[in-house]
Design a protein around this ligand. Structure first.
Ligand code: 97T
Length: 269
């Protein structure tokens, strides 16, 4: 896969040289090219921003440097890349979108600073390319560079041969399918006692069936507390008899539509 990033802070993308993504690049599984947007800003001060039409706070990124940068990057390869534009107003970046983007041969990321990029740039390339405006969550950052790091890591680990066998992603939380989306439960390693704290007996029982059931029960425990929306949206066909028992213990049951929700606690008279 080829990845291009056009940014006014090339040094912000340095983490792409280390760890999983850095190793994938070293192995030739990933071709990452970082470009400085100011290389396409031709005035004395390499200006890339200006005041917003209509007034208001902040600055908007000018269209001309982006147009020249993107024309140059697009012309440097074969075929049409998918353009990924990080913005708090985009569609959510999910595991499903990570999988979809990991199947593309070429992605170009355009992280913006200031109040965003002149809208005409998105329109112009939207006529020629598959353009995805994407948000990584409901919070506001100073720019799109951190979202690029997040998205590239989520995408790169899905590429064939990038993740070792030991860390295969078949049981990632949020892997799509007819499965319930559950958060992972707790994990333990040696030593068997640490500061007076032991580990759950079931994990040393050698009973694989009981261990699997315990892990799923703990996953339900965590999910109802931290992400109840994941249970509420699950097709109830994904819950077996023991799942339903555990959900009932946790105060959850089926509503009129069969989907699970919190059962109203009985109030004392
Ligand atoms: O807050 C931002 C500013 C610029 C570019 C992207 C973002 C953002 O993306 N996801 C959440 C926030």
């Amino acid at each position: 896969m080829r990845l291009d990033v056009v940014t006014i802070f090339p040094e912000y993308l340095e983490p792409l040289n280390v760890s999983l993504v850095g190793k994938a690049r070293a192995r030739g599984q990933l071709d990452v090219r970082i470009h400085d947007l100011r290389d396409w800003a031709h005035d004395k001060h390499n200006t890339v921003d200006d005041t917003p039409y209509g007034g208001g706070p902040g600055m908007v990124m000018k269209p001309e440097p982006w147009g020249e940068a993107l024309d140059s990057v697009i012309a440097s390869g074969e075929g049409r890349p998918t353009l990924v534009v990080p913005t708090p107003s985009g569609k959510p970046f999910t595991q499903q979108l990570a999988v979809e983007l990991s199947e593309k041969p070429w992605l170009v990321f355009t992280p913006a600073r200031y109040e965003g990029i002149d809208r005409r740039v998105i329109e112009e390339y939207g006529d020629r390319l598959d353009v995805r405006e994407v948000s990584i969550g409901d919070y506001v950052l100073a720019g799109g560079e951190a979202p690029v790091l997040v998205m590239v890591e989520a995408i790169a680990r899905l590429l064939p041969g990038v993740l070792g066998n030991a860390e295969s992603h078949r049981d990632d939380s949020f892997a799509p399918g007819a499965m319930a989306d559950l958060l992972e439960g707790p994990v333990y390693t040696k030593p068997p006692e640490w500061r007076g704290r032991g580990i759950p007996d079931v994990l040393v029982s050698g009973h694989h069936g009981k261990i699997a059931r315990w892990r799923r029960d703990e996953a339900f425990r965590r999910t109802v507390v931290n992400r109840p929306d994941l249970i509420e949206r699950t097709d109830p066909a994904a819950f077996d008899k023991k799942d339903r028992e555990m959900l009932s213990i946790l105060g959850w049951g089926p509503g009129p539509d069969g989907r699970f929700g919190r059962v109203a606690p009985d109030v004392e008279e």
